[in-house]
Design a protein around this ligand. Structure first.
Ligand SMILES: N[C@@H](CCC(=O)N[C@@H](CS)C(=O)NCC(=O)O)C(=O)O
Length: 124
């Protein structure tokens, strides 16, 4: 568990869910959505990721952590699960892709579309 997660557990993060519940919810979201972006509504890197996915006509589930009452706990859980604290934190087909720079790299290499297609996330 990260120091921040431990701090939140001991002193509270404004959220009422336990670390275990937050981890379970993150895992559930990853399992339920072929493409999911853990995002923050004001984050420019997240906007870039969302724009790229939209341009590809991808069906992606976006959760805005800054607009979720458990967002901080979910971010702690994501850090535990993926080793990445920053947003966007992207999963395709339950596989951790990384952040926006990783997604853009895949797009430039022409690999993103195939990943999305294999995940069943392309509408066309
Ligand atoms: N290199 C990362 C940069 C992502 C980044 O710095 N995101 C900021 C928000 S714009 C962040 O997560 N800051 C920490 C936080 O919000 O807790 C990427 O390409 O995704």
């Amino acid at each position: 568990m990260s120091l921040r997660a431990l701090g939140n557990k001991l002193f509270g993060s404004g959220s009422n869910i336990t670390m275990g519940e937050a981890s379970a919810r993150v895992q559930e979201l990853i399992n339920e959505h072929a493409t999911i972006v853990f995002s923050k509504s004001y984050c420019p890197y997240c906007s870039s990721t969302k724009r790229t996915l939209k341009q590809l006509n991808a069906d992606a589930f976006v959760i805005e952590l800054d607009q979720d009452s458990d967002g901080s706990a979910l971010q702690d859980a994501l850090e535990d699960i993926s080793g990445q604290r920053t947003v966007p934190n992207i999963y395709i087909n339950k596989k951790h892709i990384g952040g926006n720079s990783d997604l853009q790299k895949l797009d430039k290499a022409g690999e993103l579309e195939q990943l999305l297609r294999n995940a069943g996330s392309l509408k066309l």
